[in-house]
Design a protein around this ligand. Structure first.
Ligand SMILES: C[S@@+](CC[C@H](N)C(=O)[O-])C[C@H]1O[C@@H](n2cnc3c(N)ncnc32)[C@H](O)[C@@H]1O
Length: 755
């Protein structure tokens, strides 16, 4: 297996390659004979279909995106696309060719997934497409649209998530699927209550785990928590259940969207044409089994677990499924989901496949490997199981690019039907003493570590299946770093002969990722004087739970930012095992303290944040800090001028402003009523404002401002400058803007948070 890294690929760009595209790097030749022969040999498709599959891989992938954000926001945006933009893009002709408008993805619920078939060059050259393109760019920047491969949207849709569920996303970054999970947990947002569910999004890569925070930010979920562990090492946390009993945490839904070789993304990641080897799949197989097995342990009996990859390779797909079904011994059942998402075209999972050795020979069974070293090298579980039929591997979903002009994906859905762990047995009402529980938990962890076989060489995975707003470098994952002390002969039912493992060099006990010291999250006491102050100042419903406010305690920013979390997050934060959990982020940032900590006599000690507004707005009992505005010009002034002075507003708004003390407040505006367009549904817009002595300042970032201007006034950011002779302040992000004009102190200090 090669030790190639995608990063090294750039080196190939030098020189005067005749195929150079003039940009200094060669055009990729979209052909790979080994890849082609390998998959032909695997019989992934009938011969007559294989050519269509292969030629589709050589074409460019259409752009697809998902409308994200809170339910009501997503619906508003969908209406702009459906009713304003798409009708203006019918049968556009460019260079004599007619292009169809963007279309909603037929199998994605509620028309919130979209596909644009016109190539980029066309998007630029047609006025209508170009306007659409600008709209998409600005909404993506504002976080309302997430570019995501269509097929990557499938796994969360098959999880059947409900707002009360605890959901674990084991390999979550950059977080496209996590966003879908959060949306599902918040599907009942209009009910005005915080869901009882929990979303834990984990990633082994510390930097990438921070991308989860960015991706989920728009959704502002108090039920969300980002963590940083190897998926196979996610710790057992003991939390209090609704009856006050301490139990090991378990999840109703688990997603294992594991690191994979990623050849399903060939249409987007052209470098795979050069770098593909079967060895990548073999090197990842063991890690994939380990992650999936840990996921199975953490799933509740009666819960559902979904395994997915963006690879065509059976070694990363059906072989992993078969091995975990074997190891879990009847606790998991591969589910028939043929009736779900009926418009999604898919093929059944493979029931047999081959493993290629280093000489390019195809082997069908572990016994075919004669050479000792080779026997050690291959994970026995990479080969097809003898009882494939009883496992119903055909119930797995294979999605091929030529079926509906997408990337490739593999998904398998499982019900957990029987207990597997001590936690399962406790959940079922069995009396087990603490010592026995602890022993069982240790054994469960050991079982994951003992998952055997495979190569420990460095494996490079193209983690590029997710197109989000942030572009990523390819991540290199060292399988060796992630693999456990190999105890093949101790693995129950291991197919690897014990004699092999006896010869095996003992490797280092696997460690989890090193814990990076984050500022800890700490629950505030309900009688904390700040909580009381805030309740009185904003008019927060006294029934709104006061024991879910959190502080992030970092010396430099102590008590400066106040977050709010759900009951479920609170249960985790109260766990006696909290030290074991590497939390990267949690809670919604609600308030930031103004001025210095000592300055306790301030009239308005806290500023409301844009992040916290959707949550806070729902629990205000009166209008003491709200101003309703109905004049379109007032809204324009607010969004297009930098800290407009109060005298520039309409008389009515001036009057309301003058009656309000200096401090945070909320502007409410009924867009549809004021304009009667472009939306045909009522759009009530709330904006967080700092009201100073003589001016006001809207506390949202430049992207949100631009997106609002575009939706409400139909102009893009750049148009604003031209048509209104006013400049949208492009320098003022939230933090700059949030500095009240009348109270400007040392700028950055004031907005320091522990994030
Ligand atoms: C296919 S990507 C996940 C994509 C993600 N689910 C999404 O939809 O945006 C795989 C992720 O697994 C992470 N990863 C690699 N090894 C891991 C491990 N042992 N445990 C958990 N995460 C791992 C990588 O950092 C990468 O972000």
């Amino acid at each position: 297996m090669g030790r190639k890294s995608f990063r090294g690929r750039k080196g190939k760009s030098k020189g005067s390659d005749p195929r150079s595209n003039g940009k200094g790097y060669p055009e990729t030749v979209k052909d790979n004979a080994t890849f082609k022969a390998y998959y032909k040999n695997q019989n992934i498709l009938p011969d007559e279909e294989f050519d269509e599959f292969y030629s589709t891989l050589q074409t460019t992938l259409p752009t697809t995106f998902r409308i994200t954000g809170t339910r009501s926001n997503a619906i508003q945006l969908r209406e702009v696309i459906q009713n304003v933009l798409v009708p203006s893009m019918q049968s556009i002709e460019v260079d004599g060719q007619t292009y169809q408008p963007p279309m909603s993805i037929p199998w994605y619920p509620d028309n919130l997934g979209w596909q644009v078939n016109a190539p980029r060059t066309v998007l630029r050259r047609s006025q209508e497409f170009s306007k659409f393109q600008k709209f998409i760019v600005s909404e993506t920047e504002a976080g309302n649209i997430s570019r995501q491969e269509a097929v990557s949207m499938v796994p969360p849709l098959l999880m059947d998530i409900k707002p009360h569920m605890w959901v674990l996303d084991m390999c979550a970054a950059p977080g496209s699927k996590t966003a879908q999970i959060i949306e599902a947990v918040h599907a009942n947002d209009l009910l005005n209550e915080i869901p009882t569910g929990l979303v834990v999004a984990n990633d082994a890569d510390y930097k990438r785990s921070h991308m989860l925070v960015h991706q989920s930010k728009r959704l502002q979920s108090p039920c969300f928590m980002a963590t940083n562990h190897f998926g196979q090492q996610i710790p057992t946390m003991h939390v209090r259940d609704e009856n006050g009993k301490t139990v090991a945490w378990q999840f109703d839904r688990v997603l294992c969207d594991v690191p994979c070789s990623g050849d399903g993304t060939l249409r987007k990641n052209e470098m795979i044409w050069n770098d593909w080897t079967q060895g990548q799949a073999l090197g990842l197989h063991r890690t994939q089994v380990q992650i999936f097995l840990r996921g199975a342990q953490l799933t509740k009996v009666g819960g559902r677990i979904v395994y997915s990859t963006c690879s065509f390779n059976p070694i990363e797909n059906e072989a992993v499924v078969a091995e975990v079904l074997r190891l879990t011994n009847g606790a998991l059942e591969l589910k028939d989901v043929s009736h779900e998402l009926p418009e999604l075209k898919r093929k059944p999972g493979l029931t047999t496949w081959k493993v290629m050795n280093k000489d390019g020979e195809y082997l069908t069974s572990f016994d075919d490997i004669k050479e000792k070293r080779q026997r050690f090298r291959f994970p026995a579980s990479a080969f097809p199981p003898e009882n494939a039929e009883s496992m119903h591997l055909e119930r797995c979903l294979r999605i091929y690019p030529h079926q509906q002009n997408t990337g490739g994906f593999f998904v398998a859905v499982f019900d957990k039907v029987k207990p597997l762990t001590a936690a399962d047995r406790v959940h079922e009402g069995n009396q087990i003493d603490a010592h026995e529980i602890q022993q069982s938990e240790t054994k469960e962890e050991e079982l994951v570590e003992a998952v055997g076989g495979g190569d420990d060489e460095e494996v490079t995975t193209p983690q590029a299946e997710e197109q989000t707003t942030t572009s990523l470098p390819a991540t290199t994952i060292t399988a060796a770093e992630e693999t456990a002390e190999t105890k093949m002969d101790e693995t129950p039912g291991s197919k690897r002969p014990a004699e092999e493992s006896n010869n095996q060099a003992k490797k280092k006990q696997k460690q989890d990722v090193p814990k990076i010291q984050e500022a800890p999250f700490q629950l505030m006491a309900p009688d904390n004087p700040d909580v009381q102050k805030l309740t009185d100042y904003f008019g927060i419903d006294p029934k709104f739970p006061r024991d879910q406010y959190i502080l992030r305690c970092e010396e430099s920013a102590k008590n400066r930012t106040i977050y709010y979390c759900s009951k479920s997050v609170k249960a985790v934060l109260e766990s006696k095992d909290l030290e074991r959990l590497h939390i990267v982020n949690t809670g919604v940032r609600l308030f930031v303290r103004q001025g210095s900590l000592e300055d306790s006599n301030e009239i308005a000690p806290f500023r409301l944040t844009a992040d916290g507004l959707p949550l806070l707005e729902r629990v205000l009992v009166d209008d003491r800090r709200k101003i309703a505005i109905s004049d379109e010009e007032d809204l324009k002034t607010l969004l297009m001028k930098v800290m407009p002075i109060i005298d520039t507003f309409s008389k009515e708004t001036q009057e309301k402003l003058k009656n309000l003390d200096v401090g945070s407040c909320i502007f409410e505006f009924d867009v549809a009523k004021a304009f009667n367009k472009p939306l045909n549904k009522s759009l009530s817009l709330s904006l967080p404002i700092w009201k100073g002595r003589s001016s006001v300042n809207v506390l949202i970032n430049k992207h949100d401002k631009r997106s609002l201007c575009q939706r409400i006034f139909g102009v893009t950011g750049s148009d604003n400058d031209n048509t209104n002779n006013t400049k949208v302040n492009t320098n003022n992000d939230v933090d700059d803007q949030s500095k009240p004009q009348d109270q400007q102190t040392s700028a950055s200090k004031e907005t320091t948070t522990a994030e």
